[in-house]
Design a protein around this ligand. Structure first.
Ligand code: SF4
Length: 96
């Protein structure tokens, strides 16, 4: 019984309405391609939603979703493009 409850807990209480899936007072939009692999993704009636953020597409418009569980490591590796201000200043001083 406890296992059954765990399975539905992510979107527990969600209700499908004519506007979309209603959950905790928000209308949830389906997840976007970038969300694939995120542990927060939960299914409701064969459609995948994010219980953490109502509009996943918007969450990805300005870069990587900060709630994502599947891309943190990649962000760190690719973080080379994001230069630490202190390092940038040292680099500038060295003329690089
Ligand atoms: S937390 Fe972010 S990446 Fe994960 S499902 Fe929600 S919107 Fe998508």
């Amino acid at each position: 019984m406890a296992d059954e409850k765990k399975k539905v807990s992510a979107l527990d209480g969600a209700v499908m309405t004519p506007e979309g899936l209603s959950f905790k007072g928000f209308i949830l939009s389906p997840i976007v391609e970038s969300c694939t692999g995120c542990e927060r993704v939960a299914n409701f009636e064969e459609q995948a939603y994010c219980p953490a953020y109502a509009e996943p597409a918007k969450k990805w418009t300005r870069g990587i979703c900060n709630f994502a569980t599947h891309v943190k490591a990649t962000v760190d590796k690719e973080g080379k493009t994001k230069v630490n201000p202190l390092k940038a200043s040292k680099r500038a001083a060295r003329g690089r």
